[in-house]
Design a protein around this ligand. Structure first.
Ligand SMILES: *Cc1c(COP(=O)(O)O)cnc(C)c1O
Length: 225
């Protein structure tokens, strides 16, 4: 019996591949990260048993509880707001952190990663839309983060992340996501640092994100409902 949740995951893979093909991209260049934040360990286990091993979570307490019940080879992506007093827990559990948005946080992650003998991959969260309620640094502040990351020894800077406002129309989504790609291209050239990953696009706006160059789309509700 194929679990229903895996069927929905497969349908989303098809939708993501179709969105890539629609804009002339190789579907293999876009990865679907299942965001499992609304489901318990048992559902994640079903997907793991179907061969998936990477999941996104946005709260450290929830991630800790689930990780304790699940196989240790799961690659966790931490995608939520990160407070400095939670850094050690996140560094211990997550291989990828999508929400680094200030220099103090970056330095703290680097220091704690050294102490914990870990090397997390980091994405810098940028507030492209300028929405007040959003996490992420301004595009102007991103250059300093990238410069600093280039000299950190215990983290691997891999790209940028953003979110579009909930109510953005498709043309607005495309503008925001293209803004992230252009920022990445510029920062990468200025710092002479490869930043291959663009983590952007969720259940409601992944086609626009893929059209703008997303390499990771973070999909929750379309899989887990
Ligand atoms: C919940 C969440 C997602 C997934 O959102 P859906 O709309 O459910 O696909 C993606 N990114 C972040 C940062 C989230 O918190």
């Amino acid at each position: 019996m194929i679990p229903e949740v895996f069927e929905r995951y497969r349908e989303m893979c098809t939708a993501v591949a179709a969105a890539a093909a629609d804009c002339g991209r190789d579907p293999a260049t876009v990865r679907l990260l299942p965001v499992s934040k609304t489901v318990g360990a048992a559902v994640i286990r079903e997907l793991y048993d179907c061969g998936l091993w990477e999941f996104g979570e946005n709260r450290i307490a929830v991630l800790s509880a689930k990780a304790a019940e699940l196989p240790p080879d799961i690659v966790w992506h931490f995608i939520g707001p990160l407070q400095s007093n939670k850094v050690r827990k996140v560094v211990r559990l997550a291989a990828v952190i999508h929400s680094v948005d200030n220099p103090e946080l970056l330095e703290r992650i680097d220091r704690i990663a050294a102490e914990e003998n870990r090397t997390p991959r980091l994405l810098f969260e940028i507030n492209i839309s300028g929405e007040a309620s959003k996490g992420g640094c301004t595009p102007a502040a991103a250059a300093e983060l990238v410069r600093l990351a280039a000299v950190c020894r215990h983290v691997i800077p891999t790209g940028l992340m953003t979110m579009a406002p909930l109510d953005a129309a498709p043309d607005e989504q495309l503008k925001i996501f293209s803004g992230l790609r252009e920022l990445r291209d510029r920062l990468s050239a200025e710092a002479n640092l490869e930043l291959p990953e663009l983590s952007m696009g969720m259940s409601r706006d992944f086609p626009a994100a893929i059209a703008a160059g997303a390499t990771i789309v973070r999909i929750g509700s379309n899989i887990f409902q």
